[in-house]
Design a protein around this ligand. Structure first.
Ligand code: ZN
Ligand code: ZN
Length: 332
């Protein structure tokens, strides 16, 4: 059997039919209201070993926290954080390895302790509004102060920020080096250009693509066996461009793509056909399998069960959504 699988040549037609069968089968089976396990008194999705945590998405080992995304390990008493590993009593954090009692920080490495509004710092303690510092303490706007001066000035700044209503808020979107539609925010919370601009978020207008297509989707080889050696020189049309309905949704579509020789080696090794969509469209296709980072209050769909829960399966989604008990009875 192993040998048979190893030598199997995947054809485009076979993959398409298999996917259709799989989706049909999936649609007939119930799903648990969240992905994950070992969760108590918590809400969210893709969560594991989570206690007393609200609105956690893609999180592991979180306790007593709320509004968390991608927090990977031993995080407690945190709120409004995205991408951290070990977090302790921190707030409004993004991409920080280990924030401890820290308010607003972005892309910092090592442990950041008792600091506020720091960016790209490497292990800092008692720093305020600093950028790119390494193992520093008692700095404000990258300037070194004595311990006494630091705490005096820090209180003054906080007092000012309270008046301007900036204290406790994350860095304003106007300081973002990326436009809204270039960031992952667009994946999870998509906005139209008008909506983004109305909210004051920067938007990036991609230049129009005008590739000279040399290989159309309809002419792509059925399996990797039929691929000619010169495929890496072809400008291949993205299949999304054939579908008028999908074109609008796939705003990141590059309209055409190349196959690199490294990719070709991989496809040959795996015996899978060439892709028919550009990279952003392939990514988008995978992304739709993830549930949104949003919750709806729903009731278990098992007849006779009155259990209710918060779930990322929208009320109009095709899945049969069960509570944990009913799912367990059905599946195990
Ligand atoms: Zn595309
Ligand atoms: Zn139930």
């Amino acid at each position: 059997m192993k040998k048979k699988v190893k030598n199997f040549i995947w054809s485009r037609k076979f993959i398409k039919e298999s996917k259709e069968k799989l989706f049909k089968l999936r649609a007939s089976l119930p799903v648990k209201f969240y992905h994950g396990a070992n969760v108590s008194n918590s809400t969210g999705d893709y969560i594991q070993n989570t206690e007393r945590t609200k609105m956690a998405f893609n999180c592991r080992d979180n306790k007593d926290s709320a509004y968390m995304q991608d927090a990977w390990d031993r995080t407690g008493d945190c709120r409004d954080c995205t991408e951290l590993i070990v977090g302790v009593m921190s707030y409004e954090i993004q991409g920080v390895e280990a924030p401890h009692r820290t308010i607003v920080a972005r892309s910092c490495f090592g442990t950041i302790t008792d600091s506020c509004y720091c960016d790209m710092c490497f292990s800092a303690q008692d720093c305020f509004g600093c950028f790119g510092l390494k193992q520093k303490q008692y700095c404000i706007l990258n300037k070194q102060y004595s311990k006494e001066e630091y705490f005096k000035l820090k209180e003054k700044i906080i007092e000012h920020m309270r008046k301007t209503k900036e204290w406790g808020e994350y860095f304003p979107s106007s300081l973002s080096p990326f436009a809204y539609n270039e960031s992952m925010a667009q994946d999870y919370f998509p906005l139209t250009k008008d909506e983004a601009l109305t909210k004051g978020y920067p938007w990036y207008d991609r230049p129009a693509r005008d590739y000279k297509i040399t290989l159309f989707t309809k002419d792509l080889p059925e399996s990797i066996n039929n691929v000619e050696g010169n495929i890496t020189t072809e400008v291949i049309q993205c299949a999304t461009q054939n579908d008028v309905d999908q074109k609008g949704e796939y705003s990141l579509c590059t309209t055409a793509f190349n196959i690199t020789s490294l990719e070709l080696t991989l496809y040959k090794k795996m015996k899978i056909p060439l892709p028919e969509k550009c990279f952003p469209c392939r990514r988008q296709d995978r992304f739709v399998f993830r549930n949104p980072r949003k919750l709806w209050h729903r009731k278990c769909m098992k007849n006779g069960c009155e259990n209710e829960f918060e779930t990322s399966y929208a009320p109009n989604c095709p899945e049969i959504v069960y509570c944990a008990d009913c799912y367990k009875k059905e599946v195990y």
